[in-house]
Design a protein around this ligand. Structure first.
Ligand code: ZN
Length: 114
């Protein structure tokens, strides 16, 4: 998320307007040094639709959110990005209650995520 330091959240949303672009962004970061399979450590694979990667070694399909903090977020990926964005750019500490209110997610969910 370093790319977005010092930027406004409006700009951020413009860059990543939906869950799909967020997923693409994650894929870019995750596999910037090349693909390594989570299961068999094979390093060859091919990109699949939906920003997934399929391993040539074991045929395992890995999603760009797997093994990241965005894995299985209950609310949308873009919302999750916004929460992280707020947390990383805000100078004061942000509570999960505020986050929940800001982004319309349950406080418990926000807390778990954070
Ligand atoms: Zn594999």
């Amino acid at each position: 998320m370093e790319d977005f330091k010092g930027q406004s959240i409006l700009n951020f949303i413009k860059e990543l307007p939906n869950d799909d672009t967020c997923k693409a962004y994650l894929a870019k970061i995750k596999w910037q040094d090349g693909f390594t399979c989570m299961k068999c450590r094979h390093q060859q694979g091919c990109e699949k639709a939906g920003h997934n990667y399929q391993c040539y070694g074991c045929q395992h399909v890995e999603s760009s959110t797997a093994n990241t903090l965005f894995h299985k977020v209950k609310f949308g990926l873009q919302k999750a990005f916004c929460v992280v964005f707020e947390m990383s750019t805000s100078s004061k500490s942000v509570s999960s209650i505020q986050m929940g209110k800001c982004f319309d997610i349950r406080q418990g969910t926000a807390w778990c995520f954070m």
